[in-house]
Design a protein around this ligand. Structure first.
Ligand code: DON
Length: 567
């Protein structure tokens, strides 16, 4: 009976607030999933319909975009455990209604006991499982501090009001989608192996779509965060539980590490491109720099046509050069002097493309990073409020379900962000990214990221808000959505749902979604010397655009359960 009532309440809750068009079949019976929405005042686009609803509720109550973002972040930690988190970290780009832009870095940090060769054996071989599974893979989480800082600076509603919807979702439970059921079943054995207590995510009989996921421990943790703010996570009962998990599962995060974690307000990376102004993420993300480099090196695409062999070849050759630079020059700016100005200088970028040949590929083996003269799971959400404030946040546990270590008694998953460091020069991490000295592991350092939360303005007004998960494919996905609209004249839904491709210098091949290219284009690319590597979906973009008539359009990626809402 209780189940039926719950089902009815849920159905009513989701039948009412959205007025969009398309839906995905997979979850239609559970939730109304809206992929496109046009709204007069405000839009929220997230990876899960329940998180979108939480954000809209906060906006309707008079909260601003940052209030809604805080509430959405906590909601995703409950309803989207593969990437939503309080045990991970992320980045926020914010632009207020007056045009002031800011950037918050709440990325995880290496614990103070971390050291350069911690994932190598005595022979210098990299033990990649150690940086991906278990407590030792976790960086010091930044998410709760990040939300606390963002709210302190910009929030309007009370903190507790923003966290409580998530306490309720964790305590009462929610029905899982087919995607979530599949994800949790796949990871069951890893959760059991890497956690000291069997977490709520494990169902020995196997999860089915529509099953209720109830997370009592997480509800208690979130209740402490609701009542005590950042201290509810970094000290007291939650901190004790984290330290106990570290002891039991041989992690190295210490009491001091938790106490000392601090997010950082950074200057966003800003640049003009054609008639647009781009506000995006600086280091410790490589994303903003790569986006800038790609737009400069391969932004003139209109004349070639969408997904033509010429356009793809040009973009791939630019990507090859940008990712070669990433491997050497990009890292945590608090530890390594990243030559941002040099890397984004139009003259430098022109020289990078001087040997571009429209007929044939350059070889990644011979192509290295420029000489510097100057001294699969994450989630993104985009929000605009009725006043015109905009938030773009990408947040992550790194891999899907992070380290698969759930803090016993606290109910949340720890990240495996340590794998984003370079465990050894020249050895690829889980995204195939190769790094060296700049991104080597050091105590208290942040690992290099690719996350690219972005806001684009036109004539001084917020025009587009976008971002995506996808590891190293993030900057190239953001680039593609932007040029699909700005160069190829696509609508935002077309631009987001279009097939995507990616090249990252090494491995030396074009990865692409099935049916991305016509047979003819594929043959031409092969003839030019490209190696073609079809793969599963690339990215999940959540984007908002201001239409010519002044309305907002929100678009959620069809590649997942992602959902747009607005009013
Ligand atoms: O910070 C980064 O670049 C990665 N940890 C992001 C991971 C990610 O996007 C996984 N999603 N598929």
């Amino acid at each position: 009976m209780i189940r039926i009532i719950r089902h009815l309440v849920l159905f009513l809750a989701f039948a009412l607030p959205f007025n969009g068009t398309a839906q995905t079949d997979s979850v239609r019976t559970l939730y109304k999933i809206t992929k496109e929405i046009t709204a007069d005042s405000a839009v929220v686009v997230t990876a899960h319909p329940l998180a979108t609803k939480v954000g809209l509720d906060i906006l309707r109550k008079g909260g601003n975009a940052v209030d809604a973002a805080v509430a959405v972040h906590f909601a995703l930690a409950v309803v989207y455990p593969q990437a939503g988190n309080i045990g991970g970290g992320g980045f926020m780009i914010y632009r207020d209604k007056l045009g002031n832009a800011s950037c918050l870095d709440f990325r995880e940090k290496a614990p103070s006991a971390a050291f350069e060769k911690m994932y190598q054996d005595s022979m210098g071989r990299v033990l990649s499982k150690k940086s991906t599974y278990g407590a030792l893979a976790a960086g010091v989480p930044g998410a709760v501090d990040g939300m606390w800082e963002a709210h302190k600076k910009y929030g309007k509603l009370k903190w507790g009001e923003l966290v409580m919807p998530s306490v309720e979702l964790a305590e009462k439970g929610f029905q899982i989608t087919p995607n979530e059921a599949e994800g949790l079943n796949e990871q069951r054995i890893f959760f059991v192996k890497n956690s000291s207590l069997t977490p709520a995510f494990v169902n020995m009989e196997g999860w089915k779509p529509g099953d209720w996921l109830i997370q009592k421990d997480l509800a208690e943790t979130l209740r402490r965060v609701a009542g005590e703010g950042r201290d509810g996570f970094y000290s007291g009962a939650t901190a004790k539980l984290i330290l106990r998990e570290m002891e039991k599962k041989k992690g190295i995060i210490s009491e001091e590490d938790l106490k000392n974690y601090k997010s950082v307000w950074r200057k966003p990376l800003e640049f003009d491109w054609k008639d647009l102004h781009v506000i995006t993420m600086p280091p410790p993300s490589s994303g903003g720099i790569i986006l800038r480099q790609l737009l400069a090196m391969a932004g003139d695409l209109k004349k070639y046509g969408f997904h033509s062999a010429e356009a793809v070849h040009l973009v791939v050759e630019a990507e090859r050069r940008a990712y070669a630079d990433r491997s050497v020059h990009m890292a945590d700016p608090d530890f390594y002097k990243v030559p941002v100005q040099m890397l984004t200088n139009p003259e430098y970028l022109k020289t990078r493309m001087a040997d571009f040949n429209p007929d044939t590929v350059s070889s990644s083996a011979n192509l290295t990073a420029g000489a510097i003269k100057e001294s699969e799971e994450t989630t993104h959400f985009s929000i605009v409020d009725a006043e015109g404030n905009a938030v773009s946040i990408t947040t992550t546990l790194n891999d899907s379900y992070g380290s698969r270590t759930v803090v016993g008694g606290a109910g949340f998953i720890l990240n495996n962000e340590m794998d984003d460091f370079s465990a050894k020069p020249g050895v690829a991490n889980m995204y195939g990214a190769i790094g060296g000295k700049a991104n080597a592991i050091e105590a208290n350092k942040r690992p290099l990221s690719s996350m690219t939360p972005t806001i684009v303005t036109r004539t001084n007004k917020t025009w587009m808000v976008l971002g995506t998960p996808g590891g190293t494919t993030i900057p190239t996905s953001v680039f593609q959505v932007l040029v699909n609209v700005a160069e190829f004249g696509q609508t935002l839904p077309e631009a987001v749902q279009a097939k995507r491709f990616h090249h990252q210098w090494k491995p030396d091949h074009i990865s692409y979604e099935t049916d991305c290219f016509s047979q003819e284009v594929e043959a031409t690319l092969t003839r030019k010397g490209h190696l073609m590597n079809p793969r599963e979906s690339i990215g999940r973009v959540e984007a908002i655009i201001r239409l010519a008539n002044g309305k907002w359009q929100g678009v959620a990626d069809e590649r997942g359960d992602d959902c747009a809402g607005g009013y």
